[in-house]
Design a protein around this ligand. Structure first.
Ligand SMILES: C[S@@+](CC[C@H](N)C(=O)[O-])C[C@H]1O[C@@H](n2cnc3c(N)ncnc32)[C@H](O)[C@@H]1O
Length: 224
């Protein structure tokens, strides 16, 4: 069956960069940032299996493999074109568009990077419950989503070709949806405050998590 993201799989990175204002274009930084954030959150924990839920063309998989060298990395995406590209990009990861395969395992960490705003609101409880069901007890599901309060995020979102049919999710809405799926919020913070021209300020970002101006927000959910 055709999937919306089959169309964008090959040009995903270029489409994203094309939506950014001149001088602010960067793509790899965002993917790497999220994985480094997760690695800090998981420091000292045994992470045997990681699931990248909505892995797309595999932008995060390579960084997951790099930052979690002792973990098995799994990717799931309903777009088969994206899955094919992801497999080519990260041979070490097990990538599939078949949820049954994913559901054969339990995961110590689930990442969902900019996935939920592509899922219709009515479908969201089902998708969150699916993730909750494959999460090890007490393990973390880390969700990154666009912050609708950030003007630059809105600028990029409105211009990004693959976001045409998407709807940004306010943080409190996602938190309510998560609670409905039996997931508890363990950490919430805003992230990605400084665009490329202000990159020198990035080291102070970790003090700003409370400030609702980050380009994205991070929600860490758990099932206990
Ligand atoms: C904006 S892309 C993000 C891809 C990747 N996570 C990244 O950061 O580059 C959104 C992805 O969500 C996937 N997606 C859409 N509906 C989904 C669903 N119900 N379950 C899992 N992934 C879904 C799309 O196929 C697409 O690859």
């Amino acid at each position: 069956m055709d999937n919306e993201f089959d169309r964008y799989a090959k040009s995903y990175d270029q489409d994203l960069v094309a939506a950014m204002p001149p001088g602010m274009e960067e793509s790899e930084y965002f993917a790497r940032y999220k994985i480094e954030h997760l690695a800090r959150r998981c420091a000292g924990k045994t992470i045997t299996r990681i699931l990248d839920f909505g892995c797309g063309a595999g932008r995060s998989l390579i960084f997951l493999a790099e930052k979690f060298p002792h973990s098995q990395i799994f990717g799931f995406d309903p777009s088969t074109e994206s899955v094919d590209l992801a497999k080519g990009r990260c041979g070490a990861a097990h990538v599939t568009s078949d949820w049954q395969q994913v559901a054969e395992e339990k995961y110590d960490l689930i990442l969902a990077a900019n996935v939920f705003h592509h899922i219709p609101r009515v479908e969201m409880p089902t998708r969150l419950s699916q993730c909750a069901n494959v999460l090890q007890p007490g393990a973390a599901m880390g969700i990154f989503e666009h912050n609708p309060l950030n003007p630059l995020t809105r600028y990029v979102f409105e211009r990004c070709i693959f976001d045409r049919d998407a709807e940004m999710i306010p943080r409190n809405v996602l938190m309510m949806q998560a609670a409905g799926a039996g997931l508890r919020v363990r950490k919430k913070e805003y992230t990605l405050f400084f665009p490329k021209p202000l990159a020198a300020l990035r080291p102070i970002e970790h003090w700003l998590g409370w400030l609702p101006l980050g380009a994205q927000y991070y929600l860490e959910l758990t099932n206990k």
